[in-house]
Design a protein around this ligand. Structure first.
Ligand SMILES: [Ca+2]
Length: 249
């Protein structure tokens, strides 16, 4: 099961390694250059996020805050159900923020309808080839935002560790055979996607390299917004650094 802020585990490990490295540096000769300061980390929450450099255009008047105080990292997977805290019209907008759903206990407060895959015998989630989504492991489920309607959006505070071009992978299930969404970073639309939908909102498809985005480094607000197509279930956006494209001026 995906837990809130699970991507921070690696960060914690990095911090431990960095501290271990710093400890190892003690006792070395005076001619050894001092070890560089450990990079800022999102692990400890908002106080540390405040130390992260903001990317150009970070909205100074933004009232939302990272879910659980932990920015989601790029490269990596941005879990869309881990949208920012701050509430309706600040951190998200949805026409379906009331009512029951299988993942409603994932986080408190008014929110888009959060669901969990394979939440009931009548809601079995599968890939288009019939295999269980997200995996064959019956213990592994995935939280996602369900019942999304045209125009719905969520904001996720993200920390881009390295500027460059990123390929985007995603997994989605769609009521119709068409899927449309956009990605905006710090108020600049970076991708406007039209792709094929699965035609069933419990049938999922992995979309690899569905679009590319060129990103600055630093803290920014990513807005994921549904386009014109109704009833989309969305799980995550995964950003993979593209070395070759990033090296091209
Ligand atoms: Ca998810």
């Amino acid at each position: 099961m995906l837990m809130p802020g699970s991507s921070s585990i690696l960060l914690g490990s990095s911090l431990v390694l960095a501290l271990a490295f710093a400890a190892c540096a003690v006792g070395q000769t005076a001619t050894t250059p001092p070890a560089p300061a450990a990079p800022p980390t999102t692990q400890a929450g908002l106080a540390i996020i405040a130390t992260l450099p903001k990317a150009p255009g970070f909205p100074a008047d933004y009232k939302g805050t990272a879910f659980n105080g932990i920015a989601q990292e790029i490269p990596g997977r941005v879990e869309l159900e881990n949208f920012d805290d701050g509430g309706l019209n600040v951190a998200f907008n949805t026409q379906h923020h009331e009512g029951d759903s299988s993942g409603k206990d994932y986080r408190p407060g008014v929110k888009p309808q959060i669901c969990v895959t394979n939440g009931s015998p009548s809601e079995q989630d599968k890939f288009v080839d019939g295999k269980r989504y997200p995996s064959d492991d019956p213990k592994q489920n995935s939280y996602y935002i369900g019942y999304a309607r045209p125009g719905d959006w969520v904001n996720c505070t993200v920390y881009v560790k390295k500027a460059g071009v990123y390929q985007v992978n995603t997994a989605a299930a769609n009521e119709t055979k068409k899927m449309t969404f956009s990605l905006t970073f710090n108020g600049v639309k970076k991708a406007d996607v039209t792709s094929d939908g699965t035609g069933s909102y419990h049938t999922w498809k992995l979309h690899e390299n569905i679009c590319t985005v060129k990103l600055d480094a630093g803290l920014q607000v990513m807005k994921f917004q549904i386009g014109t197509e109704p009833h989309m279930n969305y799980d995550y956006m995964e950003f993979v650094y593209d070395e070759k494209a990033s090296a091209t001026p």
